[in-house]
Design a protein around this ligand. Structure first.
Ligand code: THU
Length: 139
């Protein structure tokens, strides 16, 4: 028997929120628009897009925009994340820095839904994307 949770029921809504968020992408340098949406433990959705910079290095990915928006609004536990790009050969698998940032506020089992803009959704658990994430044990 496959066990579904209330969160699973919200996956389509989460992917849709990520797709809408990419419309605000500021990406004049790469022309690669990305949107991300997080589901919080309290059932709220936070979104973000990539925001590039002429210096390149100061650019911010969609996932970190969404995480920083949520955390700055007091939300620290996320139960699912969706990431969307437009129709492209390059599915928006999160970069290494974003994987580490997401792992700070999620569990290894947190579902990560990756939409390639062309009808396909890759469904991974965070632990598959970042096994052995650095997890600083505070005293
Ligand atoms: N980017 C994201 O926002 N998320 C990803 O998952 C992969 C890459 C952005 C960073 C940059 O603005 C553009 O995509 C090209 O790397």
């Amino acid at each position: 028997m496959i066990k579904t949770t209330i969160d699973d029921c919200r996956f389509p809504e989460l992917v849709q929120a990520a797709k809408e968020a990419l419309q605000n992408s500021y990406s004049p340098y790469s022309n690669y628009k990305v949107g991300a949406a997080l589901l919080t433990e309290q059932g709220k959705i936070f979104t973000g897009c990539n925001v590039e910079n002429g210096s390149y290095g100061a650019s911010n990915c969609a996932e970190r925009t969404a995480v920083f928006k949520a955390v700055s609004e007091g939300q620290r536990r996320f139960t699912a994340i969706a990431i969307a790009a437009e129709d492209t050969e390059t599915p928006p698998f999160p970069c290494g820095i974003c994987r580490q940032v997401i792992s700070e506020f999620c569990s290894q089992e947190t579902p990560v839904l990756i939409y390639d803009g062309n009808g396909a959704v890759y469904n991974a658990e965070l632990g598959e994307l970042i096994p052995h994430a650095f997890d600083f044990k505070r005293e």
